[in-house]
Design a protein around this ligand. Structure first.
Ligand code: V47
Length: 372
């Protein structure tokens, strides 16, 4: 069936997508500049269905944020607090292990563990944390520490990034989440996260993790001061690294939430921009297998539509998100497994529960005594 594409700038892109050819920087910018959202979504859906058919991945996971104390004070963030702030918190090791166990059932396959850059928690403390989690929950995958946390722990321990990753891996870290990438260009980082590691450092840390055989995810924070060119440049850096390492599993576009941040004057993103970022990512990142519509960030309703605009993954049950909720997210802090299944099925897609490494999860119904 011939689908009509309104925007003439998208017609050569359609030819490339249909022929399975790589899109250029200018193609990426043209996609961002176009308002023909149906055509962009249609093209992204071709790629999504070519890779995954109707399958939509989800998992049963829990977020653990051991501390919100952070030395970085990034303007984009509402989560990090100074150590002297009476509202800040830092869990003890026992509290981390206890939090992991709240509402725990055999259904949980992943702990997603990230936190602030705490000036006193050592690499050894985090290794103990991982070992304690593995002892208590041996079958749960530990997806832990952004590249930013890895860089900070290495600096404090006066050892290399590689040695830091090796120690954490040996203590139980199974893979790394994709946070902290923001926008790689220095001109943008200077404004939104000037104390964080540079874009090149983020990419080099990911490269080292992949070289050690660890998988990771990757993200891009959009909807603040960046322009279309900055976004495409960011995607191209991820694509180039993936050509070298094939270590990224999933790309997650993250919409900036301005509430309670130093950039609170910036408008919230629109559903239109959220969908466009899913679609452009699917089209540009031809070598990253999965594109995640993180429902916490884009709302379950937009995430559901994203499943027809390029996304093949919707993240998980999440329990209990803090970073977006501190920045004004009004979504719930978790979702029941049954509700996720419904949301996927009502989009005409086929749910497939995965573990963190995208292997199908099979289990007996008795596993759902707590979460369903
Ligand atoms: O690193 C911080 C971003 C990230 C704000 O790998 C903000 O599977 C918007 O990385 N508004 C954390 N974004 C979330 C993240 C993530 C989420 C889900 C799945 C995975 C995965 C990774 O959120 C941070 C930062 O980039 N962030 N503050 C804010 N105000």
């Amino acid at each position: 069936m011939e689908v009509f594409i309104e925007d003439p700038r998208l017609r050569p892109i359609r030819e490339k997508v249909e022929a399975g050819q790589r899109l250029s920087h200018d193609d990426g910018v043209a996609l961002y500049r176009s308002s023909d959202i149906l055509a962009i979504g249609y093209l992204a859906n071709i790629v999504r269905e070519r890779l995954h058919g109707d399958i939509t991945y989800f998992n049963v996971n829990r977020h653990i944020n051991p501390t919100d104390v952070c030395v970085a004070s990034c303007r984009l963030c509402a989560f990090g607090k100074q150590k002297r702030d009476p509202n800040s918190y830092t869990m003890s090791l026992e509290q981390v292990w206890e939090t992991a166990g709240i509402g725990y059932s055999e259904a949980v396959t992943e702990f997603h563990i990230v936190g602030g850059l705490h000036p006193e928690l050592s690499l050894d403390w985090f290794c103990q944390m991982l070992r304690g989690l593995k002892e208590r929950f041996p079958q749960v995958h530990l997806k832990a520490f952004t590249m930013v946390e890895i860089g900070y722990l290495a600096k404090r321990a006066h050892i290399s990034i590689r040695q830091t990753l090796e120690q954490l891996r040996d203590a139980g870290m199974d893979s790394l989440p994709g946070g902290g990438a923001e926008i790689f260009r220095d001109s943008v980082r200077r404004v939104i996260c000037d104390h964080k590691l540079t874009g090149d450092e983020w990419l080099e840390t990911a490269r080292t993790a992949h070289e050690l055989g660890l998988h990771s995810n990757c993200t891009m924070l959009y909807g603040h001061i960046e322009n279309d060119d900055d976004r495409v440049d960011h995607l191209e850096h991820l694509r180039a690294l993936q050509d070298d390492t094939a270590g990224f599993q999933t790309f997650i576009p993250l919409a900036f939430h301005p509430d309670n941040t130093a950039l609170h004057h910036i408008d919230k993103t629109t559903g239109f921009l959220d969908l466009k970022n899913i679609s452009v990512a699917r089209l540009m990142l031809d070598n990253i297998p999965h594109i995640k519509a993180y429902w916490i960030m884009m709302t379950p309703k937009i995430a559901q539509i994203a499943l027809r605009f390029g996304a093949d993954d919707i993240d998980g049950t999440v329990t209990e998100e803090k970073i977006y909720h501190d920045a004004g997210a009004t979504t719930s802090q978790n979702m029941r497994r049954g509700d996720l299944l419904q949301l996927i099925r009502k989009a005409g897609r086929e749910p497939l529960e995965r573990d963190t490494l995208y292997r199908p999860v099979t289990r007996s119904e008795t596993a759902f005594t707590v979460l369903v």
